[in-house]
Design a protein around this ligand. Structure first.
Ligand SMILES: Nc1ncnc2c1ncn2[C@@H]1O[C@H](COP(=O)(O)OP(=O)(O)OP(=O)(O)O)[C@@H](O)[C@H]1O
Length: 376
């Protein structure tokens, strides 16, 4: 079969095109040639962290991989048999473990087998420009479980912070059942906030910084009326978690907040600490991000928006999700574009008078039973 050419410079032109197209290529058994890799980034080309993810996907899908070297602008991925099992990926740097999950999870979801697959993902658990691992545990997975029927568990064994990395995350994915499909999600009702949860985490730093992040986030949320004492009370619980020094290679901190909405929506807000930022600012930044997401009025935040596109494309039936009123993110448009290149999923975008976009997608009802039937 000729390789399908994927133009890596389209729209966002970043690493997510690689992850989504390779996951779909593996599932569909469709060879792809990704050209102009990360052409929208400076410098363009493959980075270590993306290469690690692609190599992991190639292992899982017994793929023939060419061009997967750092700096490369063309990557060819010719998938073979998907084999469930135990896999380890290590970017060595503090590259995001969660982005290794983003490329590999969809592939393993459907792999029939006798035992669960286990992914050991190393690197950064709480990096910038990527979901923090707590975002995956408390926002992405609960949403995907509830609305798409996705089954996977994530356990953080060791946190890894920039620049040392060294995190260790164990992901358990139950064996796929032959013929089983993801269910279509319908998340249109933007209900009230039922609860705001959060985790402020740190390692190798004074313990009180965790409380400072927490207190400043609570204060900011309260200023916007998100407090148990407000006329419309909102339960808010932020856990403070200091990792043991002997279980974390470097030092670092961060905070992830999430609002659970009636109707099944989830909105997140987060921030990662660094040496130049005081802990109170980190807490405020996360709260501000959460408040901004809540004010956008959608059922998903700006990141969940792009992360669920691949699930919508694979699910059986028509998914529909109400997004914020500020227009779709470029990442989301890019993920839709990739899904349309590789699958027959049909996306339809409706912009309401209020400015909210509803994404509808008639998914392909992917099943591992007969991959060729899923082909575009
Ligand atoms: N603060 C955040 N919270 C949750 N998810 C995030 C956050 N920031 C980024 N993400 C997610 O991380 C992914 C980043 O994709 P993107 O292509 O920008 O990154 P990348 O692979 O690091 O590549 P590049 O280096 O090319 O930017 C997207 O799926 C996005 O939704």
């Amino acid at each position: 079969m000729n390789a399908l050419i994927i133009d890596g410079s389209v729209l966002e032109g970043g690493g997510q095109i690689l992850r989504n197209s390779i996951s779909l290529s593996a599932l569909l058994g469709r060879p792809i040639s990704i050209q102009k890799v990360r052409n929208g980034r400076k410098p363009p080309g493959l980075k270590n962290q993306h290469r690690t993810g692609i190599e992991l996907a190639a292992q899982i899908a017994s793929a023939r991989l060419t061009g997967a070297t750092n700096g490369s602008s063309t990557v060819e991925f010719a998938p073979g048999q998907i084999t469930p099992g135990d896999y380890t990926a290590d970017p060595v740097t503090a590259g995001a473990a969660t982005l290794l999950l983003q490329i590999s999870l969809p592939i393993l979801l459907f792999a029939p087998g006798a035992a669960p697959s286990k992914l050991t993902l190393k690197g950064g658990t709480n990096a910038t420009m990527a979901p923090q691992i707590d975002y995956i545990q408390h926002i992405f997975l609960p949403f995907a479980r509830r609305h798409f029927g996705l089954k996977a568990e994530v356990e953080v064994l060791t946190r890894g912070y920039f620049p040392r990395g060294g995190g260790n995350v164990l992901v358990t994915i139950p064996p796929g059942v032959p013929g089983a499909k993801l269910t279509a999600a319908s998340v249109l009702e933007r209900g009230a906030i039922t609860r705001i949860g959060g985790i402020a985490h740190l390692a190798g730093l004074p313990t009180h910084l965790g409380q400072t992040m927490t207190d400043s986030a609570l204060r900011r949320l309260a200023q916007h009326g998100f407090t148990p004492d407000a006329p419309v009370p909102v339960p808010v619980e932020i856990e403070c978690r200091r990792e043991r020094n002997d279980n974390t290679p470097g030092a670092g901190s961060g905070i992830v907040l999430w609002a659970e909405l009636a109707g099944g929506g989830m909105i997140g807000g987060s921030a990662v600490g660094n040496k130049k930022k005081d802990a109170a600012t980190v807490g405020e930044e996360a709260a501000d991000e959460l408040i901004k997401g809540l004010e956008a009025g959608g059922c998903v935040d700006e990141w969940l928006e792009d992360q669920i596109i691949i699930l919508m494309a694979l699910a059986e039936g028509t998914s529909e999700v109400r997004c914020g009123k500020n227009g779709l993110q470029l990442h989301t448009k890019t993920a839709i574009w990739v899904a349309e290149q590789l699958t027959d999923a049909k996306f339809d975008l409706t912009v309401e008078d209020s400015g909210h976009t509803i994404i509808r997608c008639k998914g392909i009802g992917y099943t591992a039973a007969a991959p060729e039937e899923n082909l575009k």
